[in-house]
Design a protein around this ligand. Structure first.
Ligand SMILES: [Zn+2]
Length: 349
């Protein structure tokens, strides 16, 4: 399968070996990074024209990739800055800063995250995941992915359908365009459970799907061609599913405990007609709940003499069917996107 690539990935190899071009007394113009230039640091990381004077022991102890790079650089002694070994990296300065803020925290120490803690930006989580993967810091990669899975890209329908999860904006917000980044992280880290909802949200992008998502460092993240095809094909399937779902939810049979048979049949017919005319039908967003729509229709009937009412039993039945039908669709999401996700959808449906 084609792997997603960024312009930077295409232009540069993964981690550059230390340069072999210069002498022992090499002098380079460097901007000292304002957060990560420690006067007693013992190694200089360089990305672009920015230098980070940091502590090799601290980084080596957290990443065997850094450990190998530092050993190689020191052994070769081929490039120095003010007497300290240099290691050149291909990461953007923004990404590297996000990563170092976690590995060498100066102000973001966390023993326990308080409810009023400052939120993460998606760029921050994206950069930390990618670099933790690249430099082999597994526990950090796991934590960053957990944040995305717990709050947005879950494999649990009940979690997805719980409106209270939107009250967690203090943790991280993810716009639909950034779901492109989430798909690519799922591919990079082999975390397929994030894919169904990440691809589903990409279906809402329309033509922007091809433009890609511009990261804070200016690089543009694109889906692989295979994943773009998946979204385009699924968008059509999801729109068809919307019609089936609405038929199943609003079909005209009454609830078992219905108290007003004729008016409920009439009301259900009216609701069905309104639902079919609503913009949600034929849209890709089939997992959106009809609960508010149903409740609005019930409320309308209470204030209109011409609008027949729906009894509480029938209203409850519609809400129940809405939940069941969307759960069934949720269970089929991997099929709709043509992917296999182990452990997806263990609920009945
Ligand atoms: Zn009824």
């Amino acid at each position: 399968m084609a792997q997603p690539q960024t312009q930077r990935d295409i232009a540069q190899t993964d981690v550059k070996e230390p340069s072999t071009v210069s002498s022992h007394s090499h002098s380079v113009e460097l901007k000292h990074h304002e957060e990560f230039w420690f006067h007693d640091g013992n190694i200089v990381l360089i990305t672009g024209d920015t230098g980070y004077r940091v502590y090799q022991g601290l980084l080596s102890s957290q990443s065997t990739v850094f450990q190998d790079m530092f050993s190689s650089s020191i052994a070769r002694h081929d490039e120095l800055y003010e007497g300290f070994p240099i290691v050149r990296l291909s990461d953007s300065p923004q990404d590297l800063a996000h990563f170092l803020r976690v590995l060498l925290p100066k102000s973001q120490r966390h023993l326990y995250r308080l409810q009023d803690g400052s939120p993460f930006s998606f760029d921050q989580i994206f950069a930390i995941t990618r670099l933790a993967h690249k430099y082999g810091v597994e526990d950090l990669q796991k934590q960053a992915l957990y944040i995305l899975q717990e709050y947005h890209f879950t494999n649990d329908f009940d979690r997805f359908d719980d409106p209270s999860r939107f009250a967690v904006d203090h943790v991280v917000q993810v716009r639909n365009i950034q779901a492109i980044g989430v798909v690519n992280l799922a591919r990079l880290t082999d975390t397929p459970t994030m894919l169904p909802i990440a691809l589903y949200r990409c279906c809402g992008l329309g033509g922007k799907l091809l433009d890609g998502w511009r990261r804070e460092d200016g690089e543009v993240e694109h889906l692989s061609t295979d994943d773009i095809k998946r979204c385009l094909d699924a968008r059509e399937k999801l729109a068809q599913e919307a019609f089936t779902l609405i038929d199943h939810v609003f079909s005209l049979s009454r609830a078992e405990k219905c108290r007003s048979h004729y008016s409920c049949i009439l009301k259900r017919y009216t609701i069905l007609r309104r639902a079919v005319r609503s913009k949600s039908v034929g849209s890709w967003a089939v997992l959106d709940s009809w609960k508010d729509f149903i409740q609005t229709e019930v409320e309308k009937s209470k204030v209109s003499e011409e609008d027949p009412g729906l009894c509480p039993a029938c209203a409850k039945e519609l809400v129940k069917r809405d939940l069941e039908e969307r759960r069934t669709l949720w269970n089929r999401l991997p099929d709709i996107f043509g992917i296999v996700v182990q452990g997806w959808a263990t609920q009945d449906g």
